[in-house]
Write a protein that binds this ligand. Structure first.
Ligand code: MOS
Length: 728
């Protein structure tokens, strides 16, 4: 068994020669039947013997101090096994991105901060008893109103360093054309359909945590650290995850509390967060304020651009929404200011929600570009063409692959973008105002550490194992396709096993890096298997050809199973960021095109059609990649029109923390969506040649909708979402 540490630029010969047509094809999800027949087991399913159920108690107020916790009434309730509080194993700042409860402190960070956990014989009893736990508090100063707080321009948190190049103020003073506008976006919830849930049990000193989690390798380390045990005593399982959207990247309090409760009562313990509690226990995307400044010449060529933003965070969590992250490589301009400043609030943690940065940052920059095009009287696509950079305008690095101009051209053609965009509010069909809009899309590409083990079994079937998760994205399917492609096997002959920390480590599902990284690891493992097969065939690896379970070389054809008899081949593949990923600027790109109808009387907005063209490197599965993109587009429509977490500034409560009042898009809101790919294998990205897909679709999608609404109505709304009251 060999370990390959390959530079990202390494191009696997096996994949180059691949001719099976398995990888890339839009085949159905291999785990689909298990899901629709109920065989797939999610974190809360399965009932271990003697399982107990737990519910989390949150603080009744959002600031101040905890004086005492009185659990007597809860403990007296029939069916209650224990009420736990005051456990010191709850330090702040141990999570990857979301807040953990603070059992060891009396400081209240936000409303609903976990302070106790009730364990009972069933879920209903646990939840009822949780309501009986009395938390006495002392009031403190509060900071619930984001807009009333001072801005910290030197935040010590966040991962995007401020960019300050040239002299933006001078550029704004001297430019022929300028734009200076401020946009705001509200709190967004990640809103996965599967609740945040964990089942935990102990076998002696070994802990098993079955948890709905995107990144189980990191989760294992965090859980071990918080519980002060060795990581090799912790096993995290997440074979199926019903949506994550960033909310499941860290370790949720329910995972830690299930483990602590299971230890305390000596039984397996399950916790699922009720939907309304999810908003308080799981992180949300921060509200943002974005000032966009653009200085351009009379042709619209940008000389200076500013994207100066503010996002909110509480006193504990380390994250800051990287608002201008995707703006930095988007357009030319010598004078550049990109930053995110911080407002401290007493609200639940803000954290990474799908496409942190781009998902909301594109509302600012892409609506501002539309405003500039209107001001200049030029086509918005033409304005973007004139500002397409030759290299990364921040770092000066060459782009690995960048087909943005082709996305504009092909998108405009497929959409039927007119030679001249109609004047705002000039197209009417009966009682409806019709408008079109477009926006660019960009999401940075990252290749991360990933390992995978591939076994070619004696019967000629293959097995792939790694601790990747499939959060509804298609991981099972694309890994089966990658191994099938390399080994000449049909997908049905490849077993993929995921979501178990006993398997080789990956960085899990996040940041759109999972697919490219994990597929690369699988491909590299298969390269080793091919080398071993070549030895057994007395041939050079490049002479091998594999198809339908047979190996051919030098005019000889042998069945894989015959070649393997009694001696399966096992190989590890390992990939990570290489020299190429530092030398080049890498991103996926795209362009969205939208037509809306706005009711002239009520202001109701209906999206009539929407399509986009995307540059994502190698497409690993046309169907699952399309699903990722149109899912993001649907979410972009909801960001433009409906999604808004509302804070009650008197109490720090979320007014609408459930699907009844926080309006995610439903079928009736979404028209036919079309996504097209421009496929160019990106050799600099990773051995698979694939760039990220998952977070690209939402980037720019909402801005395209907002721009179409402006074109329909002549009303420019800069405060999202664009609800009908703002249009009248
Ligand atoms: Mo993502 S917000 O890294 O799941």
């Amino acid at each position: 068994m060999t370990d390959h540490v390959m530079d990202a630029a390494f191009r696997p010969a096996g994949l180059d020669r691949a001719t099976q047509g398995v990888l890339g094809r839009g085949i159905d999800r291999v785990e689909g039947p298990a899901k629709v027949t109920g065989v797939a087991d999610y974190a809360y399913e399965g009932t271990p013997e003697r399982v107990a159920y737990a519910a989390i108690v949150g603080t009744p107020v959002g600031s101040g101090r905890i004086l005492s916790i009185d659990a007597r009434a809860a403990e007296a309730m029939p069916g209650v096994i224990a009420v736990l509080h005051g456990d010191p194993r709850m330090p702040a700042g141990e999570s990857n991105s979301s807040a953990l409860p603070l059992f060891d402190t009396d400081v209240i960070l936000h409303l609903g901060q976990p302070v106790a956990v009730v364990v009972a014989e069933d879920q209903a009893i646990a939840r009822d008893a949780a309501a009986l736990v009395r938390v006495e508090t002392e009031a403190g100063e509060d900071r619930f109103d984001v807009e009333a707080q001072p801005v910290d321009t030197d935040p010590a948190i966040g991962f995007v360093p401020p960019v300050d190049m040239g002299d933006l103020d001078a550029a704004m003073r001297d430019a022929a054309v300028t734009l200076d506008a401020t946009y705001t976006t509200p709190v967004h919830f990640p809103a996965a359909l599967e609740p945040h849930a964990t089942t935990a049990w102990w076998d002696g000193d070994r802990l098993t945590v079955r948890s709905s989690n995107q990144v189980i390798g990191a989760a294992r380390k965090t859980i071990a650290k918080v519980l002060k045990i060795d990581a090799d005593k912790v096993r995290v399982l997440a074979p199926y995850v019903g949506g994550g959207f960033g909310g499941k990247t860290g370790v949720g309090p329910e995972a830690i509390l299930a483990a602590i409760a299971a230890e305390a009562v000596g039984r397996p313990v399950k916790i699922a967060l009720p939907r309304r509690q999810t908003a308080y226990v799981v992180h949300h995307r921060s509200h943002t304020t974005q000032r966009i400044r653009i200085a351009a010449d009379e042709r619209g060529v940008i000389q200076g651009m500013g994207h100066e933003s503010v996002a909110a965070q509480n006193d504990d969590a380390p994250f800051l929404e990287p608002v201008p992250f995707g703006t930095i490589p988007l357009y030319r301009g010598e004078s550049r200011r990109f930053r995110t400043d911080l407002v401290r609030v007493d609200l639940p943690a803000s954290g990474a929600v799908r496409a942190p940065g781009e998902a909301v940052g594109t509302f600012g920059v892409e609506c501002a570009m539309d405003e500039l095009a209107v001001q200049l009287g030029i086509d918005p696509i033409e304005l973007r063409r004139r500002n397409e950079p030759d290299c990364d305008p921040g770092s000066g690095k060459p782009f690995s692959t960048r087909r943005m101009l082709d996305c504009y051209t092909q998108g405009a053609e497929r959409f039927g973008w007119p030679a001249a965009v109609p004047a705002p509010a000039s197209v009417r069909e009966g009682g409806w105002l019709i408008g079109i809009g477009m926006a660019a899309s960009l999401r940075g590409n990252f290749t991360v550490q990933a390992q995978a083990r591939v076994r070619l079994e004696a019967d000629g079937r293959a097995a792939v194992e790694c601790d990747m998760t499939d959060i509804g994205t298609g991981t099972y399917t694309i890994l089966a396709q990658a191994a099938g492609e390399m080994l000449g096997l049909p997908v049905a002959d490849v077993d993929v096993r995921l979501g178990d920390t006993d398997f080789p480590p990956t960085a899990g599902s996040g940041g759109s890096f999972g697919a490219g990284s994990a597929v690369s690891a699988v491909v590299l493992a298969c390269e080793d298997i091919l080398a071993e097969l070549a030895l057994r065939m007395n041939a050079a690896p490049e002479e091998l050809s594999l198809k339908d379970g047979c190996v051919s070389a030098g005019g000889r054809q042998v069945k894989l199973a015959d070649l393997l008899r009694g001696a399966p081949i096992v190989a590890m593949g390992k990939t990570g960021p290489g020299k190429e990923s530092k030398r080049t600027s890498q991103a996926s790109h795209g362009a969205h095109f939208v037509e809306v109808a706005v009711n002239a009387v009520s202001g109701e907005v209906r999206v009539r059609r929407m399509l986009g063209v995307f540059d994502v490197g190698r497409v690993l599965n046309r169907k699952t990649a399309t699903s990722q993109i149109i899912g993001g587009m649907a979410w972009g429509i909801a960001y433009a029109l409906t999604e808004e977490g509302v804070v009650d500034t008197r109490t720090g409560a979320f007014v609408n923390p459930d699907f009844g009042e926080y309006h995610v898009a439903v079928n009736a809101d979404i028209p036919q969506l079309e996504a097209y790919f421009i496929e160019e294998i990106d050799d600099s990205a990773n051995p698979a040649g694939a760039k990220g897909v998952g977070e690209l679709g939402i980037s720019g999608a909402g801005a395209a909708v907002a721009n179409a609404i402006y074109n329909a109505t002549g009303v420019r709304v800069r405060d999202f979402p664009v609800t009908l009251d703002k249009l009248l």
